[in-house]
Design a protein around this ligand. Structure first.
Ligand SMILES: NC(=O)c1ccc[n+]([C@@H]2O[C@H](COP(=O)([O-])OP(=O)(O)OC[C@H]3O[C@@H](n4cnc5c(N)ncnc54)[C@H](O)[C@@H]3O)[C@@H](O)[C@H]2O)c1
Length: 377
């Protein structure tokens, strides 16, 4: 393709940031925008036309690929419509709020022979890529345990946005699926999932209905395990992933930003993002409490911080490269056919079932004989 023409579905805080990142790339343009509330300004800012509906946008001959950056509950409809019209899809995370929708989205893309890339941005942080390469090279031996913690405090809100409603966002676990996806990218798909927790500090006016304290364990077989904590009921904020191997460990700190590799012989530190400036920007962002339970990540009038713009640039450059005929990189293959995203949602569904029923859940209870079991056989 000499020029790739994008259609943007959802032009709020993140959709606009993606649009701006795309326009910095060579041979990329945005022909249409659809957003029930923010189309006119977005179209003006991005040099695009307003579409009257998702169908209108996806059926246009002037659209080669569709970016889905609408609220989480609305992703499936747009991604399936795009694939149905033979358009490649980049879909923000979480791609869907249940595994059945993931299956429908992936089936639509694979039937149409189009790329379906999940916006799991953490995979494009340079320090995460380096950590994964080190682990793959055996730098910490065999991985036996991973701990992912994404805890902070969220105050009472003036408006309760869709991000704080369980039915619209999926709640903390689905909305912040990044760490769960990361854990499975290292350890493989979980076999057994257990979760406890609840809404301990956010009831009443100005609060949503999502659970604000979630404690999870995952079992992968072969004596390998993970523990995850998510939520906005924690006055002591923590955001990190720790990977423990038989020969060493790696800690990815997403708050006091940076990555550290420890082995009995040595300690090595490296950046999480592309530059020291981006890492320092992230640390300052967390230090001033700007994370605020993810609420601030949802205001179309503000731009994402420097480090997040950098990650968006990296992942969209990769997607755009594929659209231009560039070679696929093995490291990202499970991201560009939807399987990593579907595996994350399958495990999130199993964890949710565990919480509801107060028992350990096999992830195969969710996937059944579906997509994941077929792709593994
Ligand atoms: N990867 C990341 O780090 C990251 C960060 C922030 C947001 N996101 C994801 O990006 C997506 C958008 O989040 P946001 O922060 O921009 O939220 P937002 O609320 O700022 O924007 C959502 C936009 O979608 C529009 N919209 C509502 N219903 C729609 C529909 N049916 N079809 C199309 N558009 C619709 C809204 O009018 C709004 O402008 C979400 O899926 C979110 O999870 C990802």
């Amino acid at each position: 393709m000499s020029e790739v023409r994008y259609g943007l579905v959802g032009a709020g805080y993140f959709g606009l940031a993606i649009g701006r990142a795309l326009l910095k790339l060579p041979s990329a343009s945005i022909s249409y925008v659809f957003d029930p509330n923010n189309s006119a300004k977005a179209a003006l800012d991005l040099g695009a036309r307003e579409a009257s509906s998702i169908e209108d946008l996806c059926s246009s001959d002037d659209v080669d690929a569709v970016i889905v950056a609408s609220p989480n509950w609305a992703h499936a409809e747009a991604a399936i419509a795009a694939a149905g019209h033979g358009k490649h899809v980049f879909c923000e995370k979480p791609i869907a709020l249940n595994y059945a929708d993931c299956e429908r989205m992936i089936a639509a893309s694979s039937d149409a022979g189009v790329v379906f890339m999940a916006g799991h941005a953490m995979n494009f942080m340079s320090g995460v890529r380096r950590a994964k390469a080190l682990i793959a090279d055996g730098a910490i031996g065999d991985v036996v345990f991973t701990r992912a913690v994404r805890n902070n405090w969220e105050g009472v809100q003036g408006d309760v946005t869709w991000k704080k409603r369980r039915d619209l966002s999926g709640g903390h676990l689905y909305h912040h699926i990044h760490e769960l996806d990361f854990v499975q990218s290292i350890m493989g798909p979980a076999v057994v999932a257990t979760m406890t927790g609840g809404n301990v500090a956010h009831q009443g006016a100005g609060s949503g209905d999502e659970d604000d304290l979630l404690l999870m364990t995952l079992e992968f077989g072969n004596n390998t395990f993970a523990a995850l904590e998510y939520g906005s009921a924690f006055r002591w904020p923590e955001h990190y992933v720790l990977i423990e191997g038989t020969q060493g460990a790696i800690r990815i700190d997403l708050q006091d930003t940076g990555v550290e590799l420890r082995t009995p012989e040595s300690t090595e530190t490296f950046l999480l993002h592309r530059t020291l400036e981006e890492d320092e920007d992230r640390t300052a962002f967390y230090n001033r409490g700007a994370v605020d339970g993810g609420v601030l990540f949802g205001n179309p009038s503000i731009e994402p911080p420097l480090w997040l713009c950098g990650v968006i640039e990296e992942e969209l450059a990769y997607f755009h490269g594929l659209m231009c005929g560039g070679a696929a990189v093995a490291e990202f293959s499970a991201l560009t056919d939807g399987t990593a995203a579907a595996a994350s949602i399958a495990t999130a569904d199993a964890l949710s079932l565990s919480l509801r029923e107060g028992r350990k859940v096999l992830v195969s209870e969710i996937t059944g004989r579906g997509l994941l079991s077929r792709s593994r056989s």
